[in-house]
Design a protein around this ligand. Sequence first.
Ligand code: DQA
Length: 147
Amino acid sequence: MKNLKILCLHGPNLNMLGKREPGIYGQDTLDSINTGLEKIALEKKIKMEYFQSNHEGALVDCIQAAAGNTDYIIINPAAYTHTSIALRDAILSAAIPFVEVHLSNIYKREEFRRKSLLSDLAAGVICGFGKYSYFLALNYIISKELL
Ligand code: DQA
C-alpha cells in the first residue's frame, strides 16, 4: 500500500464551527471533522496534517510548505473560495492535486457563493454534505490511490 500524505486545510471562520450559523453549517466542530478524517485515514495508514487559519497569507504559506512533500490537499477555502487569487496561485505553484469541499451547498445560497476561484483546478468539488463533504473527499482519494 502506498504511504499517502494528505493536508487538510480549513479557511477563515471554520474555527467557529459548532457555534457559527448552525442552521447552515451544522453542529459539528472543526475538531470533530478532523477526528473523523483521522479515523478513516488511520485504517489506511494515511498521514494527515490539519491546518486552519483566518489569514490568507498563512494558508498560502502552508500550501507552499506542502509542495514536494504532500500527495493531496483537501481544502475548504471558506470565504476565500470566492475571492482569493493568492490561494489559486499558491495551489497552482505547489502543483498538488486537491479536492475542494464545502459544508453547505454553495449553489443553494447567495449568488456570490456560486463562483469559486479554485474549482476549475480541483480534481473535484464536494459540497452540501456537512462534515461528510470532507469524508467523501478523503474516500475519493483512498479509492483512487489505494484500492
Ligand atoms: C463554506 C461556504 C463559503 O461560502 C463560506 O464563506 C464559508 C464556508 C462552506 O463550507 O460551506 O465560510 O466554504
